[in-house]
Ligand binder design. Structure first.
Ligand SMILES: *[C@@H]1O[C@H](CO)[C@@H](O)[C@H](O)[C@H]1NC(C)=O
Ligand SMILES: *[C@@H]1O[C@H](CO)[C@@H](O)[C@H](O)[C@H]1NC(C)=O
Length: 373
């Protein structure tokens, strides 16, 4: 999770984007172009600036250096509230209520926190999972092997690394093939940051919690050899803290390949919730999908809450900017979510396991329901 709040202030004062020093400026100078609001034309910054001038000040941004698709750039410059043109292959009409309880409930009863606790112990044990650090790369290797071992319960499931040209930490994608190639995606980022690539950043809640939440859902569906109608994918994004880098590359690839994404549900931070309610964020998301996901959560788990998190607050923004319907479920409202993120205090000991359990059960319910879309 990256904080919002001051984005609009920054956008108001942003100067016009200065052209990069050379056509390949990012290569020769290391500068990156980041955008903090629909109106912001972009600002060239160093990697260090991202940390000291933005992340440390809780300013959210999207790194658009490598985004060249004019349709994507147009959506990224469209104000919230104006639904962007859907670029998906077919429009989706979501059911008005959940109908697959008899399939979902036995699976939900298999969800537990014992594997997530073990996985999160390992994830938080890395000095950090920064997308440009060596421990960030080793954590990705460990996660890849762990996802493969969880998926091994069903030989039909494939697990692959999605590599990125600008940094060494790969994203990871697990796929449960369905009767159709239409995709239902749950995602979470696994990188963490507390500033520099060397700073201690256990990233327990942000975003170790979302990572182990969707991995637990994969464990349950793999063990049950769940055979969906639509194809289900589990995305573990690299480089979120660098400006949604991993998810932007993946969804750009999916747009080029004309993949048909019926729904993308992002979960970033699932382990700290004083209010005890899954919270749906309503800005920069697909409103129909958000309504559908909220109904599933209410029906299977209980009352939900809602809030807004601002421009580029997490990886759902990458799905949305590539024309795919995306929603974002978080542990709590902005004001009451974990106060520890992006610091060395985002520790395993602060995780509230009932919140993780709630989100993992919701993830299974969502995947089963949406697998029939
Ligand atoms: C955690 O992940 C979510 C969803 O991907 C994202 O919105 C959020 O910015 C992440 N938080 C941190 C601190 O990386
Ligand atoms: C997938 O296709 C097989 C073979 O036609 C069928 O038996 C099965 O019910 C289908 N599964 C779903 C979930 O639609």
């Amino acid at each position: 999770m990256r904080f919002s709040t001051l984005c609009t202030v920054l956008a108001g004062s942003a100067s016009l984007a200065v052209a990069a020093p050379a056509a390949d400026g990012k290569l020769t100078t290391g500068l990156r172009l980041i955008k903090t609001s629909p109106e912001d034309p972009g600002t060239w910054v160093t990697e260090e600036d991202k940390m000291t001038k933005y992340i440390a000040k809780k300013l959210q941004f999207i790194d658009i250096t490598d985004i060249t698709d004019p349709e994507v750039l147009a959506i990224l410059s469209t104000p919230d509230g104006q639904e962007p043109e859907k670029l998906a292959v077919r429009a989706v009409t979501y059911p008005t209520s959940p109908t697959r309880q008899s399939t979902a409930n036995p699976l939900i009863s298999q969800v537990s926190t014992s594997s997530p606790q073990s996985w999160l112990t390992t994830l938080t044990g890395y000095n950090n999972r920064h997308y440009k650090s060596s421990t960030g790369t080793s954590s990705a290797t460990w996660l890849f092997n762990t996802v493969k071992s969880v998926a091994a319960a069903n030989s039909k499931i494939t697990v692959r690394q999605f590599t990125h040209s600008a940094f060494n930490q790969p994203s990871i994608i697990a796929t449960i093939p369905g009767n159709t190639t239409d995709l239902v995606i749950v995602g979470a980022h696994f990188d963490s940051t507390a500033g520099s690539s060397t700073a201690r950043s256990p990233g327990a809640d942000d975003n170790g919690s979302g990572t182990v939440t969707i991995l637990e859902a994969l464990r349950v569906l793999a063990n049950a050899k769940y055979a969906p109608k639509n194809t289900l994918e589990f995305h573990f994004y690299a480089g979120e803290e660098g400006g949604l880098l991993g998810s932007a590359a993946i969804f750009s690839n999916y747009k080029s390949a004309r993949k048909n994404v019926l729904a993308m549900l992002n979960q970033d931070m699932t382990g700290y919730s004083p209010n005890g309610k899954i919270t749906f964020y309503t800005d920069y998301v697909d409103s129909s999908l958000t309504t559908y996901a909220t109904k599933i959560a209410t029906s299977y788990i209980g009352a939900t809450a809602s809030d807004r998190c601002g421009y580029g607050c997490s990886d759902h923004a990458s799905a949305r900017s590539n024309g795919f319907p995306a929603a974002y479920a978080c542990e709590d409202k902005m004001a009451t979510s974990s106060p520890y993120i992006h610091t060395s205090n985002d520790a395993y000991s602060t995780i509230q396991w009932p919140a993780v359990l709630r989100h993992a059960k919701f993830t299974v319910a969502f995947l089963v329901e949406a697998s029939f879309l």
